[in-house]
Design a protein around this ligand. Structure first.
Ligand SMILES: [Zn+2]
Length: 526
């Protein structure tokens, strides 16, 4: 070996991503690739040599589920991810993607852009990709095409898609796949996705399947009807001939605790059949983070979100909300108000706010939503044993489920869930160090080789010669999530070095201004 390496990393404990046992070795990086992996030290020339004694060397982590699309217009949008060891993020999840933007969404996008302070000047996913590539990316990204985005762009009456509207959505879906989308996502609890039929989704998923895409779903129900929602997801997988990913699997509400092992059994049975594969992603927290309006009856949203404040004033609305809370079994004492825009309520649960204001629970929901339809809440509604079962399932990947929160935008939207800054570190800390329930090699496989294989990201997710040099050096003694529910914007600790496409972005714990990231497209995969 006479070549001059860019980096030579010696004495590292190598966890290669495949689940194989860790071993001590040497890794060389050259021109964006892993140029050598050896067990013995020998004289080698490199621009920079790093003694990684005491550190674990792993492939860069892949966050399978995010919605950062509008964050990339702002500097250092990925710092909080890189400090978790994440080198690739897949966004456009839960039915919402930054593109393609149909005609009915244009005004809304201009509004959002003005509100956050970015320029909205694209329509297709390809145009959007070019814009963020020109800005420069700190890490690699891929995008799904969001079903609610497609629907919102074309469908006038959310309860009924016409043949022409479906054809327009199909044309945009085809274009998105041609532009490099990794598949289709749905958010079937959110408007307007929630009004779609299964058949409509199958039609769009078929288009994704033709180019090797996947179908990722925030399912229609994660509570009482979890099992039916799983069946719908598998039906879509089977009918469209597409691999499916159940997004952020959970069984919410106390009365549904304990359901997850049986759900995993159902997915295993599906995987044994010839239909295709089903996998899940999970975040390692027992609280969800979502918009408060996801907890009111769907019918109140049928006229569009702009009309919600008026709808909420109509007679009988409070009774409808009260009946809905009762029917769904929502526990408002476990629902934390986190919006900084209303400091008198911040950090209080909804039951406490009701007591403070002298309102009923239903009125509390109505009053809050009437002031702000976009309010986010944190809701403790997941059983820890269920979370463990999901995370320990061999086909489970880990995600931040970080929402479209442009962390570094001049204006923030609310307060994020701590998972945005800490999910992967929390996962390693909780499951490998603290309890521990996973070996480090198995924990790393679930966040590297497994997602790279599922999304068909060729060359990613493994430490081996010729692979893409997305590499992390972790100090496991220091790995610590610092983000909490009340202080969620705290960077994770323990990530010493991170390389993206062979260029260092974190060096000895310090982040730099490099932007070596690329857009990963399905067309580059085939
Ligand atoms: Zn979701």
């Amino acid at each position: 070996m006479s070549q001059q390496l860019d980096y030579l990393i010696k004495n590292a404990t190598i966890v290669d991503g495949t689940g194989a046992a860790p071993y001590r070795g040497v890794v060389g990086i050259k021109d964006g690739r892993i140029a050598l992996v050896e067990q013995e030290n020998r004289p080698l020339r490199a621009d920079r040599a790093i003694d990684a004694r005491g550190l674990h060397l792993t492939p860069g982590f892949i966050d399978t589920h995010a919605s950062t699309g509008f964050g990339f217009f702002f500097p250092h949008a990925a710092d909080h991810k890189l400090y978790q060891g994440i080198t690739t993020e897949i966004f456009g999840n839960c039915g919402t993607s930054p593109a393609p933007i149909g005609p009915l969404l244009t005004d809304k996008m201009h509004e959002l852009a003005a509100d956050l302070g970015f320029e909205f000047n694209w329509r297709s996913l390809g145009e959007y990709f070019t814009i963020i590539e020109n800005i420069g990316l700190q890490f690699n990204v891929g995008s799904l095409a969001g079903h609610s985005t497609l629907r919102g762009g074309y469908v006038h009456d959310w309860n009924r898609t016409t043949a022409e509207e479906l054809a327009a959505m199909q044309a945009d879906m085809t274009a998105a796949m041609r532009d490099g989308a990794l598949g289709l996502s749905t958010g079937l609890i959110y408007a307007p996705g929630c009004f779609a039929t299964t058949d409509e989704i199958v039609e769009l998923a078929r288009i994704a399947a033709r180019r090797g895409g996947v179908y990722a779903s925030h399912m229609r129900d994660e509570r009482d009807k979890l099992e039916e929602a799983i069946e719908e997801t598998l039906t879509i997988g089977q009918q469209a001939g597409i691999d499916v990913l159940v997004s952020h699997l959970k069984a919410a509400e106390r009365r549904n605790f304990g359901k997850i092992p049986a759900v995993l059994g159902r997915l295993e049975a599906y995987n044994r059949s010839a239909a295709g594969q089903a996998k899940i992603d999970v975040y390692p927290y027992t609280a969800v983070s979502t918009k408060l309006r996801a907890f009111i009856p769907k019918e109140l949203l049928a006229g569009g979100i702009e009309k919600l404040p008026q709808v909420l004033q109509q007679e009988g609305t409070e009774e409808k909300i009260a009946a809905h809370i009762e029917a769904k079994g929502y526990d408002l004492s476990q629902m934390l108000f986190i919006s900084a825009d209303h400091p008198q309520w911040a950090g209080k649960d909804l039951q406490a706010i009701a007591a403070l204001e002298g309102w009923s629970l239903a009125r509390t929901m109505r009053e809050i939503l009437q002031r702000d339809t976009e309010v986010w809440i944190v809701y403790f509604c997941i059983d820890r044993a269920d979370m463990d079962a999901a995370i320990l399932w061999p086909q489970a990947m880990i995600c931040t489920d970080s929402w479209s929160h442009p962390i570094n935008a001049p204006r923030h939207i609310g307060v994020p869930h701590p998972r945005s800054y800490g999910a992967f570190t929390q996962y390693l800390y909780d499951y490998v160090i603290d309890r521990p329930l996973l070996t480090i090699e198995e924990a790393v496989r679930k966040i590297t080789f497994l997602p790279a294989s599922f999304f068909r990201l060729a060359g990613c997710g493994r430490i081996a010669e010729g692979m893409v040099a997305d590499v992390v050096l972790l100090n496991m003694a220091e790995v610590q999530p610092r983000a909490t529910y009340t202080e969620p914007m705290q960077l994770s600790a323990g990530t010493e070095w991170v390389w993206v496409n062979g260029r260092a972005v974190i060096e000895g714990g310090a982040i730099n201004d490099e932007r070596p990231g690329q857009v990963l497209k399905n067309s580059t995969i085939y």
